[in-house]
Design a protein around this ligand. Structure first.
Ligand SMILES: Nc1ncnc2c1ncn2[C@@H]1O[C@H](COP(=O)(O)OP(=O)(O)O)[C@@H](O)[C@H]1O
Ligand SMILES: [Mg+2]
Length: 395
């Protein structure tokens, strides 16, 4: 089956390319002092004991996308700790990569700004870029990690972050809208709290929130509808996911044009100033939306599915997302799948491996048990991770 999957890629002619990291250099990144890797674009399998540095390596790759990486960590926490009181080098961590893309090699350098501890510097093709949005325009990166096993059980924040990462993959402008909305929301909250408010300034902020917030909700809604369709059409042993977006602004978009929804949102914000001022934040807006997922075949909400089913649902969504991004942007995202294989039954594991070999982008898989990845022996690159060092896995 895997050989067939590989042949299917090769014989598709134009599909012989693959997005993938071909060079990776980590400096003082968590438990890695220095790593230099030269790779092909085939799937990557990282195996090693607990605490070896597998997730750390995926975290480093997650900085090839905008944001705070797959742990959402403080940037200073990523600096390599040596055990001694202060690190003599006292320089921030850095990740440099060359990524093969359809438009050619993309060179990314990123790391903690040494002067401003919580700012991340980004260079693309040698040029410093302002903000991180440019990264999302050049490359998609999505991930699945063990803490996300609780995604359907915990509050909506994690689901929103998961969804926003998927929206960003299909529509890179999503990041700047989210930033503009968040800034206006914070400034309005300060004004309401510190009062007496400057009414003209308050109205201007609410206008920004309405405009950016409706665009944000519309972008999420579009992605959720596309993903829902793609999941319904997907074949194979993964459960069919049904996705819907829950939120006031999203509801208005069902009923009225975007411009009318903006007016409605701005009016609601103006009407809620007093209660929002008391409670903090804003009681209505896309910062409160939620992604609802259910198992189509069983008609049950994801939170009531088994842990294994929930994981399979998330994988099904990521695979559908990869297909969509390929269709919309011409190339799928890099997939970082941390400790995923061990939690799938053998049928789904085989289907996942097959899908990843077919995919026109590099997938990174981790696990403690190298034997699980035996079917990928000739279809992936295998590295063993031990105490912050990497070596080829003996086959
Ligand atoms: N800033 C840091 N400096 C040095 N080591 C770190 C830092 N942050 C985490 N670590 C170490 O990295 C190891 C965890 O690596 P991780 O990639 O999560 O392991 P795993 O291979 O199980 O995924 C732990 O031993 C932890 O102490
Ligand atoms: Mg780990």
């Amino acid at each position: 089956m895997l050989a067939e999957a590989q042949e299917a890629r090769g014989s598709a002619g134009a599909a012989a390319w693959r997005v993938g990291v071909t060079r990776l250099v980590l400096t003082d990144f968590r438990n890695y002092r220095e790593v230099r890797l030269t790779l092909g674009t085939e799937p990557m399998v990282l195996t090693g004991p607990n605490g070896a540095g597998k997730t750390n390596l995926l975290e480093a790759l997650s900085f090839l996308a905008p944001g705070r990486g797959l742990r959402g960590a403080k940037l200073t926490d990523i600096d390599r700790r040596t055990g001694s009181e202060c690190d003599p080098r006292d320089s921030g961590w850095a990740v440099a990569a060359v990524v093969a893309t359809r438009q050619g090699a993309l060179r990314v350098g990123t790391g903690r700004d040494r002067t401003v501890s919580e700012r991340r510097e980004v260079r693309i093709d040698g040029e410093a870029v302002r903000g991180q949005g440019a990264l999302g325009e050049r490359l998609g990166v999505v991930w699945l990690t063990p803490p996300m096993d609780r995604l359907f059980l915990e509050g909506p924040g994690g689901r929103r972050r998961f969804l926003d990462r998927l929206v960003l993959g299909l529509d890179p402008a999503h990041a700047s809208r989210a930033t503009a909305y968040g800034q206006a929301l914070r400034e309005r909250s300060h004004l309401l709290r510190d009062g007496p408010a400057d009414l003209a300034w308050l109205a201007a902020l609410e206008e920004v929130m309405a405009e950016q917030g409706v665009a944000l909700a519309a972008g999420r809604r579009d992605t959720v509808q596309r993903l829902d369709r793609a999941c319904a059409e997907a074949e194979g042993p993964f459960p069919r996911a049904r996705l819907t977006l829950v939120g006031a602004v999203e509801g208005w978009l069902e009923e009225m044009p975007a411009l009318a929804a903006e007016g409605r949102f701005a009016a609601a914000l103006a009407a809620n100033r007093e209660t929002d001022g008391q409670a903090g934040g804003a009681s209505i807006g896309p910062h409160r939306s939620d992604l609802a997922v259910s198992l189509a075949e069983k008609g049950i909400a994801a939170e009531f599915a088994s842990t294994g089913e929930q994981k399979a649902l998330l994988i099904a969504i990521l695979l559908a997302h990869a297909t969509l991004q390929q269709a919309m942007r011409g190339e799928p995202p890099l997939l970082l799948l941390d400790e995923v294989a061990a939690h799938l039954d053998s049928c789904r594991r085989a289907a996942l491996f097959e899908a990843l070999v077919r995919l026109n982008s590099q997938a990174w898989l981790t696990g403690t048990d190298a034997a699980l990845f035996a079917p990928l022996r000739y279809h992936a690159q295998h590295l063993s991770v031990r105490e912050g060092t990497l070596s080829p896995t003996p086959l």
